[in-house]
Design a protein around this ligand. Structure first.
Ligand SMILES: Cc1cc2nc3c(=O)[nH]c(=O)nc-3n(C[C@H](O)[C@H](O)[C@H](O)COP(=O)(O)OP(=O)(O)OC[C@H]3O[C@@H](n4cnc5c(N)ncnc54)[C@H](O)[C@@H]3O)c2cc1C
Length: 429
C-alpha cells in the first residue's frame, strides 16, 4: 500500500485528489494537506472584488467533499519537507509520511519585491486570493462614495497578466453601470513590453485588440513599467525603452490600486535542497516529476516554466487552467504506472488557453504551443466569452462539489472555443 500526499487544495490539488482516487486501487491511501480548510475558485476573484460575487458563491469547505470520496484531509500549512526522508511537517506540529508527494501549492505572492506594495502592509490591493479580493471590495465601497484615480496592472516579474486586463475592464464596466466612470481616471501599468504581450510574446491580434479595447474604454496605459515604490496614494514607475534604458519616470497619483505581484514558490517547497529554481518553483521533467526526487511530482503555478522571451522589465509565462488540468492528468497516470512498476510516460500540454472576462464582453486566447511560432495563435473578443466564463465557473465549482473527474477543458472549454483536442506535449525536454 502506498500513501500519496497532495500538498495544496486549489485548482490543481483538488482535481488531482479526485483523479488519483478514481484511478488508483483502493488499497492506496490519499491525503490532501492544505494551508486553509476551503477551496476557492481563483478565476472568480475579480468578480468578488467588485461585489458581483459573494464569498459563499465561490468557496467550498473541503473536508466533507474529500471525506465522501475516502480521501484524507488536513487543514494545516506545510512548514518543511524532508524530501530524503519522505515526510512533511505541518504548522500544527504533526509530521506526515508519504510514498509520493504531489506539490500543487500555487504561488507565494512576492509583494516584498516592490516597497510599499501589497494589501496588508502596503498600499496596493491584490485579487490573487478571495481574502484579498474581499479587502479590495471593502475599500472599493468607500471609494465609490468619493471616487478618484485608479491604477491597475502588474508588477515587475509578474507572470499572470490576463487577470490584470480582466480586472481593469471589469472595474471600468462596473463604474459605467454606476454612472461613475467619468470620475475615475484609470491607468493600466504593466511590466509587459507592449499591450497584449500577456507573458506570451502576444497571441494573435492581442496587441491591437487589447489596445483598441483600452482606448475604447478610455484607459491609459504604461508598458515596460518597472514599478519601484508605492506610497500612500502615489506609485513610482520607471518606464523603460525597448533596450531597457530609462525612458521616463512617472509619479502616478491614485485613490485605489490593484497590482498583481510577481510570484515565487511557497517557502516550505522553496527550501527543499535541489528541488527548485532560485525563485522557488519546482524543477520537473516532462513527466511532471522532480528532477531531484523521483517520488515528488508537481503541477500548477508552483512548477518552473521558463519565460517565453526576455523582456526589458522581467515578465514570466502564465500557467493557466488547461495546462494545469493536463499536468494533473499526467501526474495521475505516471503515479499509477510507477505503482505498477511501469515507466512514467504521460506528459502535460504546455499550451495557454484563457477566457478573460471584460465585465459585459470578454476575450479568449489560445496559444499552442506557448512559445512562438505557433500552430494555433488565436485571440477573439465577444460577449460569448463573458457568458462562457460564467458557465466555466459553474462547471468547475460543480466538478469540485461532485468530485467528478471530467477533464473540464477538454470536455467544455475547447467545445465553447470550437477547437479540437489540443493535447500536444510541449513540456521540458
Ligand atoms: C486572480 C487570478 C485569476 C485567474 N484567472 C484564470 C482564468 O480565468 N483562467 C485560467 O486558466 N487561469 C487563471 N488564473 C491562473 C491559474 O489558473 C490560477 O492561479 C490557479 O489558481 C492556479 O492553480 P494552483 O493549483 O497552481 O494554485 P492555487 O489554486 O492557488 O492553489 C494553491 C493551494 O496551495 C495551498 N497552499 C499554499 N501554501 C501551502 C502550504 N505551505 N502548505 C499547504 N498548502 C499550501 C493553498 O491554500 C491552495 O489551496 C488566474 C490567476 C489569478 C491569480
Amino acid at each position: 500500500m502506498a500513501h500519496i500526499v497532495i500538498l495544496g487544495a486549489g485548482i490543481g490539488g483538488m482535481p488531482a485528489a479526485y483523479e488519483l482516487r478514481s484511478k488508483l486501487p483502493a488499497q492506496h491511501r490519499i491525503t490532501v494537506i492544505s494551508a486553509v480548510d476551503y477551496f476557492h475558485f481563483v478565476p472568480s476573484n475579480p468578480w468578488i472584488a467588485v461585489g458581483w460575487r459573494q464569498r459563499d458563491d465561490i468557496v467550498l469547505q473541503i473536508a466533507p467533499l474529500l471525506q465522501r470520496k475516502g480521501i484524507g484531509f488536513i487543514a494545516s500549512a506545510a512548514q518543511s519537507i524532508d524530501a530524503a526522508g519522505h515526510s512533511v511537517t505541518l504548522a500544527d506540529g504533526q509530521t506526515v509520511d508519504y510514498d509520493y508527494l504531489v506539490i500543487t501549492t500555487g504561488p507565494r505572492l512576492a509583494f516584498e519585491e516592490v516597497p510599499g506594495a501589497g494589501p496588508v502592509d502596503g498600499h496596493t490591493h491584490s485579487i490573487c486570493t478571495v481574502d484579498h479580493a474581499q479587502r479590495f471590495w471593502a475599500d472599493y465601497e468607500k471609494f465609490l462614495e468619493n471616487p478618484g484615480p485608479m491604477v491597475i496592472g502588474a508588477m515587475p516579474g509578474a507572470s499572470c497578466f490576463g487577470p490584470a486586463y480582466e480586472f481593469a475592464f471589469i472595474v471600468s464596466a462596473d463604474l459605467r453601470k454606476r454612472k461613475l466612470r467619468h470620475k475615475v481616471p484609470l491607468t493600466y501599468v504593466t511590466s509587459e513590453p507592449y499591450i497584449g504581450h500577456l507573458g506570451l510574446g502576444g497571441v494573435g491580434d492581442s496587441k491591437s485588440m487589447l489596445e483598441s479595447e483600452l482606448r475604447g474604454q478610455d484607459i491609459k496605459w504604461i508598458t515596460n513599467a518597472r514599478t519601484t515604490r508605492v506610497e500612500d496614494g502615489k506609485m513610482m514607475v520607471d518606464q523603460l525603452d525597448d533596450q531597457g534604458n530609462l525612458l521616463k519616470q512617472h509619479e502616478l497619483p491614485f485613490k485605489l490600486s490593484m497590482m498583481l505581484p510577481s510570484f515565487k514558490g511557497v517557502d516550505a517547497v522553496a527550501a527543499v535542497p535541489n528541488l527548485c529554481n532560485p525563485r522557488g518553483f519546482v524543477l520537473i521533467d516532462e513527466h511532471q516529476r522532480s528532477k531531484a526526487y523521483p517520488n515528488i511530482f508537481a503541477a500548477g503555478v508552483c512548477v518552473a516554466i521558463p519565460p517565453v522571451e526576455a523582456t526589458p522589465v522581467p515578465t514570466g509565462a502564465p500557467k493557466t487552467g488547461y495546462m494545469i488540468e493536463t499536468m494533473v492528468s499526467a501526474i495521475v497516470h505516471n503515479i499509477a504506472a510507477d505503482l505498477e512498476g511501469k515507466p512514467a510516460t504521460a506528459t502535460a500540454t504546455w499550451n495557454a488557453i484563457c477566457l478573460a472576462d471584460m465585465g459585459d464582453t470578454g476575450a479568449a486566447f489560445v496559444a499552442l504551443p506557448q512559445i512562438p511560432p505557433r500552430n494555433v495563435n488565436w485571440f477573439k473578443k465577444g460577449k460569448w466569452v463573458h457568458l462562457g466564463k460564467i458557465a466555466f465557473e459553474k462547471y468547475f465549482l460543480g466538478k469540485i462539489k461532485s468530485g467528478n473527474t471530467d477533464p473540464i477543458y477538454e470536455k467544455y472549454v475547447l467545445k465553447i472555443l470550437g477547437i479540437q483536442r489540443l493535447h500536444e506535449p510541449s513540456g521540458p525536454k
